[in-house]
Write a protein that binds this ligand. Sequence first.
Ligand code: SF4
Length: 57
Amino acid sequence: MTLKVDSELCVGCGLCVGSYAGAFEFDEEGKAKVVGDLDETTAEEAIASCPAGAISK
Ligand code: SF4
């Protein structure tokens, strides 16, 4: 599953980048960006774990 990050909501905490390194990286503004896919279960975890609610399907 390919997720989306709303850069307006992302606070750059790094949780998704640290936890799902193949799927998220920081962009040049220190916000997360999507760089890979996650399986369904892991994607749901990533969505639920973002403190800013910035990750969505
Ligand atoms: S977990 Fe959420 S707020 Fe933190 S870097 Fe990822 S998208 Fe941004």
